[in-house]
Design a protein around this ligand. Structure first.
Ligand code: ADP
Ligand code: MG
Ligand code: MG
Length: 252
């Protein structure tokens, strides 16, 4: 469903992605690990079409279409969802209203009928139950005064409502205590399905105890330098990235 080939991308004139290739099939969960500054967030931003990220070479095919040719809104409507490393606060904008606007924009772009506030509230209630989130969060302004854990849970909740086909989670575990980590992971796991794929960016193996990936990749200096199954994450946790650079292929 997602085929990234030889992707090169620049930020502010500086080349960050330097020939990244990655294939993701429907239903697969791919973990992307790697040192700080490797380009992990840049990858998510390039895939979601964020301003300021210039692709200079390579291709990204998503369900048979050239993803890079689509506007960010069209990518979202086609099912690409990015959960930010640092979720933004939008003071004064009600969380439910914000989410309904995003939801309806996607439906409209797909030529589907929009939901009115009553219909949407019904959907929200169902999803809140599944995600075990208190509806109090929905009455507040988007992320305003939310704790780190609440922001991350809110992002997972947005994902539950928007039902993406490709969900990119950028360091969803950062700043979470163990209980929040478990709760966020359970939310993600509840959304796993044969049609939905995930790119899970993380620094730490810990998250992958809860969201068990099908594949683990190491992104270093703008490209994937190593791929394996979930045991690769354990090796990295134990030995660090320097070890990978020294030894190339991890043993076993
Ligand atoms: P990671 O998520 O792997 O830690 P990033 O993708 O955030 O890495 O960043 C990769 C490199 O790109 C870093 O050197 C970072 O400083 C640079 N970079 C990312 N975004 C910007 C930006 N908006 N402006 C300037 N440099 C950026
Ligand atoms: Mg980082
Ligand atoms: Mg990052």
């Amino acid at each position: 469903m997602l085929k990234i080939e030889n992707l090169h991308a620049r930020v502010e004139g500086k080349e960050i992605l330097k020939g990244l290739s990655l294939t993701v099939n429907p239903g697969e969960v791919h973990a992307i690990m790697g040192p700080n500054g490797a380009g992990k967030s840049t990858l998510g931003n390039v895939l979601s079409g964020r301003d300021g990220y210039e692709v200079t070479a390579g291709s990204v095919t998503y369900n048979g279409v050239d993803l890079l040719a689509l506007e960010p809104e069209a990518r979202a409507a086609a099912g690409v969802f990015l959960a930010f490393q640092y979720p933004v606060e939008i003071p004064g904008v009600n969380n439910t209203y914000f989410l309904r606007t995003a939801f309806n924009a996607q439906r409209k772009a797909r030529g589907e009928t929009e939901l009115d506030s009553m219909q949407f509230l019904k959907l929200v209630r169902e999803k809140l139950k599944v995600m075990q989130i208190s509806d109090e969060l929905m009455h507040r302004a988007v992320n305003e005064g939310f704790s780190g854990g609440e922001k991350k849970r809110n992002e997972i909740f947005q994902m539950a409502v928007l039902e993406p086909k490709l969900a990119i989670l950028d360091e969803t575990d950062s700043g979470l205590d163990i209980d929040a980590l478990k709760q966020v992971s359970e939310g993600v796991n509840a959304l796993r399905s044969p049609e939905r794929s995930f790119l899970v960016v993380t620094h730490y193996q810990r998250l992958l105890d809860y969201i068990v990936p099908d594949f683990v990749h190491v992104l270093a200096d703008g490209r994937i330098v190593e791929s394996g199954d979930k045991t690769l994450a354990h090796k990295l946790e134990e030995h660090g990235y320097a070890w990978l650079a020294q030894h190339g292929e991890p043993a076993g």
